[in-house]
Design a protein around this ligand. Structure first.
Ligand code: KIV
Ligand code: ZN
Length: 517
């Protein structure tokens, strides 16, 4: 970042708003892995969750706060005493902590959801900021649904919460209703009209219901916002939030337009994108800006010719600047434990114990027997389900045999280890994967509904590992299981069992914006 430029703070809310996308729930260990990757990317603030939602959310925020040293860790709290004290408690281990408290200010939310008068909303906002300041001097306040709030009232609330000690004022377009020029004007007006606006950083948080989250965020930056709230791959409630990678690369690429820049290490973008899509099972569309598989692919002959003569004829960014790299063979069958450990360290993958390292190394050896060239992506997949460690694994696959033949009904025979007992299972199915899932269900009877099944090739080549995501739902709880193997039926069985194991661990949780805590 050039020294003459102001800093644009990047506030990532993948672990909080991102996780509010139906189906994107993450375990504590998955959140820690994502938080570590965000820290390596030099994200300024990581919103780790909503601690009052459930004991699991509390533990996740605490775990992130305990391991992250270089980014500020933030916790969300409604403008309620119990929320703020839970947030403060969860953030205790953080090297740098922020509490983000919010209350709705639009007429429709105040009348219909909160059933409170504007004066009562203002008083509660002020009390909450004062309470949050008892835990940290880094307090963010959001007038929820600001995009549909009355400007005069917003100005009153913002002035009062800055006086009460809020250091960041975040203006959310909660329902994705705004249009870029209008939202930019709102930010400009607020900064101009609120008398103490110079004592806070103005931030924006845009939802993508009209596909305008990134445009609204960038328009706000041009009008004085110096923090943007965003998520990896644009994950988030309903149509999602502004995509971090699009905001950061727009600002970086168009330094002729923007008066500010981020301090992000953009070469980490792809790694974060893959990690989040792998964990949540929300795959990235091929034509998605920056991180889609086609974002830097030049299919048309004219384009290829131009790019070969001069890259800038058709490319405004370099693929390697956002972390795209050609698949590189990194390890093979003869690589030893030290080479394995070193490469994993270079990929920022750490093991909680020697046992975990040994287990993963032995899985690496099994993989190297089946697949001669091992890429970084293969190594990352090896640890994709590390969050469910051996002692949490109630269901394990011991062996699997599938028969699939033209004109015959596919059949799966397997042995499962269920809580230490070996159990045989067998079933027919529409295909080998269906037969494997039916065989598991014939002995587990989980009463879950399969919501999503997806397979992605991790690298190119027919010997590539297939990475499978299985999403299961039971009584409103949703979990994602992952599995990877060169044999996709095996990968599918691993993913299904991984999801069942997670279902046993997951806890019911509340939603911050629907008043159901
Ligand atoms: O969209 C929204 O308004 C939010 C707030 C909690 C900031 O996510
Ligand atoms: Zn939101």
């Amino acid at each position: 970042m050039s020294t003459s430029k102001e800093k644009l703070v990047i506030f990532d809310t993948t672990l909080r708003d991102g996780e509010q996308s139906p189906g994107a729930s993450m375990t504590r260990d998955e959140k820690v892995r994502i938080a570590r990757a965000l820290e390596v990317m030099k994200v300024d603030v990581i919103e780790a969750g909503f601690p009052v939602a459930s004991p699991g959310d509390f533990e996740s925020v605490k775990a992130v706060a305990s391991v992250i040293k270089d980014s500020t860790v933030c916790a969300l709290a409604r403008a309620l005493e119990k929320d703020i004290s839970r947030a403060g408690e969860a953030l205790k281990p953080a090297a740098s902590a922020r509490i983000h408290t919010f209350i709705a200010t639009s007429p429709i939310h105040m009348q219909k959801k909160l059933r409170m008068s504007p004066d009562d909303v203002l008083a509660q906002a002020v009390r909450s900021v004062q309470q949050a300041r008892q835990f940290t001097d880094n307090v963010e306040f959001s007038p929820e649904d600001a995009g549909r709030s009355e400007t005069d009232f917003l100005c009153r609330v913002i002035e009062a919460v800055i006086d009460a000690g809020a250091t960041t004022i975040n203006i959310p377009d909660t329902v994705g209703y705004n249009i870029p020029h209008q939202f930019g004007d709102l930010i400009k007006t607020l900064i101009e009209r609120v008398p103490n606006s110079d004592r806070a950083i103005f931030s924006v948080h845009c939802h993508n219901d009209l596909g305008l989250a990134v445009a609204n965020s960038l328009s706000s930056v041009l009008n004085g916002a110096r923090q943007v709230e965003c998520t990896i791959n644009g994950l988030g409630e309903r149509a999602g939030n502004a995509a971090l990678e699009e905001i950061v690369m727009a600002v970086r690429t168009r330094q002729d337009v923007f008066p500010c820049d981020t301090t992000l290490d953009t070469t980490q973008i792809m790694r974060c994108s893959k990690l989040v899509s792998g964990i949540t099972g929300f795959s990235v569309q091929p034509n998605k800006a920056i991180v889609g598989a086609n974002a830097f692919a030049h299919e048309s002959g004219i384009h290829q010719d131009g790019v070969l003569k001069n890259r800038e004829t058709y490319e405004i960014m370099r693929a390697q600047d956002v972390g795209w790299s050609a698949n590189r063979i990194v390890l093979g069958k003869h690589s030893g434990r030290n080479a394995f450990r070193t490469r994993m360290k270079e990929l920022n993958i750490e093991f909680a114990s020697e046992q975990e390292l040994n287990d993963t190394f032995s899985r690496f050896k099994d993989l190297a027997d089946k697949k001669h060239e091992i890429y970084d992506e293969d190594l990352q997949a090896l640890v994709a389900d590390i969050g469910v460690t051996a002692e949490h694994e109630h269901y394990k696959l011991v062996s699997l045999k599938v028969c699939s033949e033209t004109g015959e009904t596919p059949n799966a025979d397997m042995v499962l280890d269920i809580g230490g007992d070996e159990v045989n299972a067998s079933a027919d199915g529409g295909g080998p994967v269906d037969a494997a899932f039916r065989a598991i269900e014939s002995v587990v009877n989980s009463e879950t509904q399969l919501q999503l099944y997806s397979v992605n090739a991790i690298t190119s080549g027919t010997d590539a590992q297939g990475e499978v995501t299985v999403r299961l739902e039971k009584g409103g709880r949703i979990v994602n299981g992952q599995g990877a193997d060169t044999d996709i039926v095996l990968a599918s069985a691993y993913a299904y069992l991984n999801a069942l194991n997670k279902m046993l661990q997951s806890d019911p949780r509340a939603h911050p914006q629907r008043g159901d805590v």
